[in-house]
Structures are given as C-alpha cells and as structure tokens.
Design a protein around this ligand. Structure first.
Ligand code: PGA
Length: 250
C-alpha cells in the first residue's frame, strides 16, 4: 500500500467552537490509518490546534508565512511566531495568494527558503489557469513556477518539500483535473526536479489539489506519481475528509 499524504487546507473557514469536535475526531481518524494526515488552519486557530493536535499523529500548520524575520510588516506572521505554536507545515504559493495577494515566484522562493531554514515542511503549490491550459502553455508555466520556486535550494531541501499541483481551474470549482491530466503534470514536474537536483523520483513528494472529494479520491490517488492530496472544501466536512483519509491504494 502507498502511504498517502492527505492535508486539509481550511482556507478562511471554520469557527473556534466548530474546531473542538473537528480536531477531536481528526486525531482519532489519524490513529486508524497509516496515511499521513495534516491540516493547515487559519492563524488565529493555531493556538487551539497546538492544544488539541500537538503530540498526535495529525500534522498541523499555517497557510502562509512572511519571508522576513520581524519588523514593520503590519498584519503578517513570521517563522518564529509559527514556531511558538508548534507548526510543522506551512502552505506556500497557493494560487489564491498568488492571484489575490500578489505573491510572485520570487516571494514564493523567499518564503520556501525561510520555511525550510526554520524547520517547517513547506507545502509548495503550483499550477496553471484554464487559459494557460487551453493555450497549451501549462507545461511551460509549471516548469517556470517550479524552477523559480526552487531557485537556490539543495537536493536535501527539495526532499523536505511537499509539492502540490493545483490546477487553478479545478480549485473550488467542482471541476477536477482527470486523473490522467494530474498524473501527466505531476510526473513531468517530478522529472524536472530530478533533472535539476539529481534526486530520485521517489524521493519527491507531490500531491494533487483541486476539488478532490470522496467520489474522485481513489481514481486520483491511485495514480503512480500522485503521493496524496491537498484538500480544500472537502476537508471542512469531517465525513468527507475522513473518507479521503481512509483511502488505501496500491
Ligand atoms: P478545493 O481546494 O479542494 O476546495 O478545490 C484545494 C486547495 O485550494 O488547496
């Protein structure tokens, strides 16, 4: 059986009180599987995550990090602050941050470096828009994103990253990439990293994200290059998240 990485991205959802039963259940679910379970919560709930998840099998973390150590960056959160809450994971370069909050490939690269040097596992997102795919530019776009995001990193660094291919047209839209489309890009992106860093293909962890749900999980997760999923909408409903977490694929 493949050990899958199944990481929830709560985005700007959930409430403090809804997290009590949610985390309690997630700890139990993670105990019952060999898959690796994680969840990235809104900053303000990291304190609760630490209280309820620290020491459990559930990895937890944030959805962004600032690239600077400290200073006049109103509204931002630093690596040392995330450390204070015991974070293990941090999502970097999510398309919503790239599109709505002007994150660039250069800032994504800075954030990845800060996260790695601070001991976090970056969940590094990349993926194309529908226009880019329709214009057959998705391979070039993915190559550029991967190259720029990993600039200046070492082979050991890339082995410590969880990459996540998230085609923008599939995020929160209900449109899912077919498992063949996801496999094709993920295999291609892994080959790029192998060529650039001299690592083995099976040393790279790469997830699929974009409308991953119980009904399509098995099909996507059983693809040979796909190591798991980054799960947005479906992680908010424990029943759905659970059914994805319990996937057993060869
Ligand atoms: P979705 O989001 O599962 O709701 O499409 C995935 C993500 O954006 O990480």
């Amino acid at each position: 059986m493949k050990k899958l990485y199944l990481i929830g991205n709560m985005k700007m959802n959930m409430t403090k009180s809804s997290l009590d039963p949610y985390f309690t259940e997630l700890v139990k679910v993670a105990e019952k599987t060999d898959n690796i379970v994680g969840v990235c919560v809104p900053y303000v709930y990291l304190c609760k995550a630490q209280k309820m998840l620290e020491g459990s099998k559930v990895l937890y973390g944030a959805q962004n990090i600032n690239e600077h150590a400290s200073g006049a960056y109103t509204g931002e959160i630093s690596a040392s602050m995330l450390h204070d809450f015991g974070c293990e994971l941090v999502i970097i370069g999510h398309s919503e941050r790239r599109q709505m909050y002007n994150e660039t490939d250069a800032s994504v690269n800075e954030k990845v470096k800060v996260a790695l040097s601070s001991g976090f596992t970056p969940v590094l997102c990349f993926g194309e828009t529908l226009d880019e795919r329709n214009a057959n530019k998705h391979f070039d776009l993915v190559r550029t994103q991967i190259e720029l995001a990993t600039e200046g990193l070492t082979a050991d660094d890339v082995k410590n990253i969880i990459f996540a291919y998230e085609p923008i047209w599939a995020i929160g839209t209900g449109m899912t990439a077919t498992s063949d489309q996801a496999e094709e890009i993920i295999s291609y992106a892994k080959d790029l990293i192998v060529a650039k860093f001299g690592v083995k293909k099976n040393e790279i962890i790469m997830l699929y994200g974009g409308s991953l749900k119980p009904s399509n999980a098995e099909d996507l997760l059983s693809k040979p290059s796909i190591d798991g999923g980054l799960i947005g909408g479906a992680c908010l409903k424990m029943e759905d998240f659970e059914s994805i977490i319990y996937q057993n694929v060869e």
